[in-house]
Design a protein around this ligand. Sequence first.
Ligand code: NAP
Length: 306
Amino acid sequence: MPERVGFIGLGIMGSGMTHNLLRASVDLTVYNRTPERMQPLADAGAATAASPAGLAASTDVVFVCVSDTPDVEAVLLGPEGVIHGAKPGSLVVDMSTISPRATRRIAKRLAEAGVAMLDAPVSGGSEGAAKGTLSIMVGGDQADLERARPYLEAMGSTITHVGPIGAGQSCKLVNQILVVVNMLAAGEALLFAQAAGLDLDRTIEAVAGGAAGSWMLSNRGPQAVHRDWRPGFTIDLQQKDLRLVLEAADETGAPVLASSTVFQLYRTLQRAGAASSALARSSSPTTATAARPRRRGSARGPPGRG
Ligand code: NAP
């Protein structure tokens, strides 16, 4: 009998991912802290639950995609958490980006209740979530991955088993180091090109196919040159990922010089109350830094991608 699937967290990522599960004819129940966000899914055919525990009681495999480590802990282990509703033999798949160490701790707690866990953070941004083309980095047991695979394949096009529980999150932090350091390199190179009086489109065209090429330069470079400041990721979520990188690096002793620099640059933008256009301008080759005031906690910016 096909399994019943639950999904907790219908934000930018979760809403796209759940629509793809419905398109794959999955028997889906959703929960979101802000209930109004469940309506489009209910309209598309999903059942809704009143709490994570209630969702877990009526499903076999529970996916989670919420913001940060304390949020995953709240929906899985909190007073109304999955652990209070899940039947032994259930499987939890956490697709949020959170701490690898906390992931191992949460998995241990769930295991004591007979519930298995995979960590399966994603890369590919809101576009990948909407199109079902995410890259998914999975930590945990192979058998659990095979159980989750049909659902993961509805949400992503690259599914890689990278190791035991927590390894998916560590791999996602590797991904985030590459994202931000490539972004720093692309921004610095384009500022240099502008100062040298080069045509920026021709410059990108000239170098993108060679050893200096990167996804960031080819995709976000032209956006910055043409002042396309549509948001791709929030500064606050990017900072959350960099904080996780710095914490994990501190635990392992790995030096992360460039990631630390980018963390401080984003902190400067947060302190300035930077808006989307402010982040874009600060990394733009055509304009000097010019922050427009905006409420802290809602900053968004186009160049990044989780
Ligand atoms: P988002 O749009 O801000 O959505 C966050 C979701 O988490 C919302 O559904 C929110 O519920 C829920 N949530 C947060 N705290 C909660 C709590 N304590 N209890 C219950 N629900 C809670 O974020 P997102 O962009 O979808 O990102 C989700 C995860 O994916 C993050 O870990 C992020 O780092 C990762 N990610 C994002 C991207 C990207 O490009 N956006 C790419 C890769 C990975 P409410 O609706 O009630 O606020």
